[in-house]
Write a protein that binds this ligand. Sequence first.
Ligand code: GDP
Ligand code: IMO
Ligand code: MG
Length: 436
Amino acid sequence: MNVDSKMANVAVIGAQWGDEGKGKVVDLFSDKADIVVRFGGGNNAGHTLVVDGRKTVLHLVPSGALHAHKLCIIGNGVVVDPEVLLEEIRGLKENGFLLDDSLLRVSEEAHLIMPYHKSIDLARERLRGKGKIGTTGRGIGPAYEDKVGRVGIRFVDFLEEDTFRDKLRHNIEEKNLYLKAILKEKTLQFDEIHEAYCGYREKIRKYVANTTLVLEKEIKAGKKVLFEGAQGTLLDVDHGTYPYVTSSSTVSGGVCTGAGLGPQNIHQIIGISKAYTTRVGSGPFPTELQGPEEQKLREEGEEFGATTGRPRRCGWFDAVGVRHAIRINGMTGLALTKLDILTGFKKIQICTAYRYDDQDHREFPSSLRAMERAQPVWEEMEGWNEALSAAREFTDLPIQAQRYVRRLEEILAIPMVLISVGPGREQTILLKNPFH
Ligand code: GDP
Ligand code: IMO
Ligand code: MG
């Protein structure tokens, strides 16, 4: 990878439907960065880090937090549930991390998730019944709706006592009408919410800053930044399987708006993809398996949501979806995770195109109906039986696994920068260092 030493900011972006292993990869790359920035999503994300055999799941705090001295920034594009953030900070401190409060900064322009966002999210899902999106129920969609609808509450508003009180009063009046008349849901009390949030405010105040200025200063001083994506490209509100998506920009374009800087500040865009595919929640999934193969992937891969604990739907690698992600994000390299989970399959399939309307399509369709009808066109590869978790060099992998990785590189037309063979930080084959 031809990058000079000054060109050192890297974005890590999910190339599938989330849970690709972004947390592990960001934790690993954090070693080489000075600053780690979350730029979108909220606590719908669940990023798992395994260090010295100990598992930590982060929902809001950037995955650089397990390294000492890294500045962690929650950017303006993130929607923040203050109760969840405080609980996460408490848990990290209890385990000896994030001891220096100056190493966590929350954008004053980030929007707050309020109790009415959660009530609306849950009530709508209940009313949708079978047609539900399968959201995480964390209030993400309604919080972004309020942001775009210009009635959201930002941290800067939260810190101003009068502004917060006025906005909260106005919003609760409006939301209560909607909750009661349309959603047939319980209404909410202003006093209760106001009191609880004033308590959070005093604990959070010290972290709030104009993070766009912080980033500008640090980048000018030559610091290296790692941008941590949440969710995945196929859940992106513009480029995913709409309406079965989340409500934010999960792609590399979202880094600029969600962190507040220009595109010239992003030098490498690393896509993360599992060696197979998973999806949690509803929506089309052409390569989804049923029966013993799905069960094997779910059990061996421990495919249960890090946020909600829901079983993840599992299927073979979907090169149509990942090629779409590579293009939309301008990905410069790919990290392939969970290759170890494919051990023990006699044959492994790769979906190279979708078949619908009697034709093979290589491009990811925008139409939901097309996605729902799409039948995978398979390319079959030989499997292997050897365990991979001790591999540290590419040549440690059995020849069939090497061929699988090389074939994916060909089909996707992108170089692999790393291969992950286990949840642990060290269970990694690093092929190219994106910071050099
Ligand atoms: P994220 O949301 O993209 O950060 O991914 P999650 O943390 O939700 O889900 C990924 C899961 O796979 C976590 O439990 C990780 O510990 C685990 N994991 C990541 N990479 C590997 C790998 O290469 N092999 C195995 N077996 N597990 C992995
Ligand atoms: P990470 O960062 C997997 C999915 C939900 C649902 C849809 C909308 O851990 O990869 P939302 O609550 O965002 O309104 O739900 O998006 N979803 C995720 N799936 N990983 C995630 O995050 C997700 N965040 C949201 O399951 O289908
Ligand atoms: Mg996750």
